[in-house]
Design a protein around this ligand. Structure first.
Ligand code: NAD
Ligand code: ZN
Length: 515
């Protein structure tokens, strides 16, 4: 059974209407309570009190879940306060779908109503913040509240969860130029998600595998039936125009056509390069991202940025090309070299710092080595990234926040020829510089210790030329006509972008890294 949860104003009732149009039998728990109590919800609240309403609500939910006669129900925004309800929802028989609405949209939608808990704006916002954690805890699926008729496209992916390994979570990513399902879980390679009839793989053409020499032999067989494959050398060195051209010509020789599909299996390098090839091959073919590194599972495979490096600068040539789906099998992290896993933690801590709130609380308390068992955190990082992309797909504003730590980090990578530091390692150093520039001294100290504990660098190799790093910072492609705009983070969850930083402060923050 599909169980819709979410805050008031999320649009659960309209979702039920959409689902009914797809032939599902549906019920709104509020309506069931009104029928059984013989009173409108607002009146139950005012005459008998919230507690009486909650008791009736719990009874109706448990009955609906127990009989299993319905295909979909919508639960009231506060119903997860009941432990019995939470318990019943956790059964694998149900797919819990969280329709995630931001508090502003929710308020706009309900402020004129008679809903008892929507009378005061401040109280409403506090309640919204308070309930997020309970929705997150039970959700198998997260859908955006503002995407028009999303069930027309998302229903088959939601239903597919019944056939995927237990614990798989799904997120519907949506932004201006497209939308796609994101699956995060264990055992997804080799699962029905890759079957043509499951509907996740776009179109009905053939699949061509794009991977690297390390990943292909281990996981290549898990992506379903493929026609042929293109393999590039492992590592950043493959993100070049030369490798781009070689791969395109290879695809031509293999006979790929515009109705076929590319599957990018590997880390961020494969994802960026394959995505760019997909964008340009015969003016564009779909790409499905199957990320196998921590960096790519929490960050790089979402949002459609693709491209290659030039000797003059990282990611200098590229394009936006949204994936048609992202399938992140966290089991693949088990074979990832330790150093790569560690480097990926830099993107995890970056995301948690940007998101603030519960994600930051969980990540700051993460133990070394623990990430392998925490697909929930990987999912939350993906969710944060997709939310930012939803607001600003083409990187003209808010998306810049994702570059926290990247201005100095990219400069370090460039100056050291992309060989001395892994991307994540350079970002770890960049984060420390960014936090210093943000005057977030305590937070910098905490992140410093966290990175040290998890094996990330906190000190720049003294052999690295500081002047060159400072110079390279000015060449960061985020540079605008007004100069280098930095992302600053005075506190977790409060990023600011496009902030000018005086040269001497930048120098001090970078010099501090070699001390
Ligand atoms: P990567 O792709 O180079 O992978 C690291 C190494 O691990 C490679 O040698 C690879 O062969 C190997 N590997 C990958 N998965 C494995 C597995 N499961 N088991 C064993 N070995 C495995 O590195 P990365 O850190 O994933 O990606 C870094 C790249 O991502 C950079 O080029 C960066 O610019 C890019 N990136 C892009 C975005 C974006 O939005 N497009 C965002 C962040 C980073
Ligand atoms: Zn990065």
């Amino acid at each position: 059974m599909i169980c819709l949860v979410g805050f008031m104003g999320a649009g659960k009732s309209s979702a039920l209407v959409e689902l009914a149009a797809h032939g599902l039998s549906t019920a709104d728990i509020d309506r069931l309570v009104e029928t059984s109590e013989g009173l409108p919800v607002a009146e139950i609240f005012s005459t008998r009190g919230e507690e009486a309403f909650r008791a009736a609500e719990e009874r109706e939910i448990l009955a609906a879940l127990g009989t299993g006669e319905l295909d979909a129900i919508a639960l009231g925004g506060g119903s997860l306060g009941s432990e019995a309800v939470r318990e019943a929802l956790s059964s694998s028989d149900h797919t819990v779908v969280w329709i995630d609405v931001d508090s502003e949209t929710a308020w706009r939608r309900v402020r004129a109503s008679t809903r008892p808990l929507a009378q005061d704006r401040d109280a409403f916002e506090a309640l919204h913040a308070e309930r997020q954690a309970s929705y997150r805890a039970v959700a198998d699926v997260v859908l955006p509240a503002v995407t028009h008729r999303v069930w027309d496209r998302a229903l088959s992916s939601v239903r597919l969860l019944d056939r995927l390994p237990e614990g798989t979570r799904m997120l519907w990513a949506s932004s201006r130029n497209g939308e796609y399902p994101v699956f995060v879980g264990r055992g997804l390679l080799g699962s029905p998600v890759f079957d043509q009839e499951a509907g996740v793989m776009p179109g009905d053409g053939r699949s061509f595998l794009f991977t690297d020499e390390d990943v292909g032999p281990i996981y290549g067989a898990g992506v379903g039936e493929t026609e042929a494959s293109v393999t590039v050398p492992p590592g950043e060195g493959a993100k070049t125009m030369a490798e781009f051209e070689r791969s395109q010509r290879e695809l031509t020789r293999l006979g790929m056509t515009r109705s076929d599909l590319l599957i990018a299996l590997g880390g961020g390098v494969v994802g960026d390069l394959a995505g760019f090839c997909a964008h340009t091959y015969q003016r564009g073919v779909p790409v499905v991202q199957v990320p196998t590194t921590l960096v790519s599972q929490v960050d790089s495979s979402y949002g459609g940025k693709t491209g290659v490096d030039l000797p003059e600068g990282k990611n200098y040539v590229g394009a936006f090309h949204l994936p048609s789906a992202v399938i992140a099998d966290v089991d693949t992290l088990a074979t990832l070299p330790d150093a790569e896993l560690t480097a990926g933690l830099a993107e995890v801590v970056k995301t948690a710092l940007l998101a603030g709130g519960q994600l930051w609380e969980e990540v700051r308390n993460l133990e070394p080595g623990e990430i392998l068992g925490r697909s929930d955190l990987i999912f939350d990082c993906a969710r944060y990234k997709c939310r930012v992309v939803e607001a600003d797909e083409r990187d003209t504003g808010l998306r810049a926040v994702l570059n926290l730590g990247h201005t100095v980090g990219h400069a370090i990578e460039a100056v050291t020829g992309y060989g001395r530091y892994r991307h994540g390692e350079a970002i770890a150093l960049g984060l420390l510089a960014a936090l210093r520039l943000s005057d977030a001294d305590e937070l910098r100290a905490e992140v410093h210790d966290w990175q040290e504990r998890h094996g990330l660098p906190v000190r720049l190799d003294p052999a690295v030329n500081i002047e060159a790093v400072l110079l390279a910072t000015g060449f960061d492609k985020k540079k605008t006509a007004r100069g280098v705009g930095f992302v600053l983070l005075p506190e977790p969850g409060q990023p600011e972008f496009d902030c000018p930083v005086p040269d001497d402060r930048l120098r001090a923050a970078v010099e501090e890294l070699i001390r």
